[in-house]
Design a protein. Sequence first.
Length: 279
Amino acid sequence: MTTHTEATSHLSPLMRVMQFAARKASRNLLRDFGELEHIQVSRKGPADFVSRADKKAEETIIESLLRDRPGYSILAEECGEIKGTDKTHRFIIDPLDGTTNFLHGIPHFAISIALEREIDNNPKELVAGVIYNPITDEMFFAEKNKGAFLNDGTRGGGDRRLRPAKRDIFANAIFATGIPFLGRPGHTKFLKELHQVMGRSAGVRRMGSAALDLAWTAAGRYDGFWERGLAVWDIAAGVLIAREAGLCVESLTQGDVLDTGDIIATNEMLHEPLLKNLS
């Protein structure tokens, strides 16, 4: 039987640090997920809840990362930005992507951690990312120029390289997206986009976690993904994983996708057809 230590021994020191932090934070999430009736929640905004589990997971991740990488800066969903002494490195953290799923007992959520590094005076160069689904024990991860991989702990095997689907016919493709909810703009525009895509494709899925949508597209489970108005912590790790898997990832609006939060990710064959249906 392959142990966790053996399974991760080939990983870079940075990737081991990031995966360890994600797995450590997942323990409390899994415990609280099984005891939803005891979770204390506070209203943060329209249909946007923050649970005690969410906050604790973020604290655990930050503590774990900074123990091994002291001085790195942090940008996290709950605590905001923590400026470190090392201005060239910043972790971008979503401790619980899919909070609404979590609080409703829907077993589809993830921990997302990315690292950006200043390279050639570009402060937004993503160099590492992990997306961990505690329910399925699936760890999606990538480092820049090293490819993207999935370690499915439940199968006891090693890492599998992520390979996007090769479908080139729009009518055979399944796409993932997010639906704007109460208090979010863009309802009318989204309904127009949905009408265009669902009438020409094999289906559209809305699962409630942008991080997993990107990871699943990188793994070939979806043929493409689009959504607007996402935060950088929702997509940072997923953008790197998707690109390292070979997907075309860009912003639906002018600017860098990490700034706009308006994202499209597909293989090369479906990129232009999907863009056309979203215009």
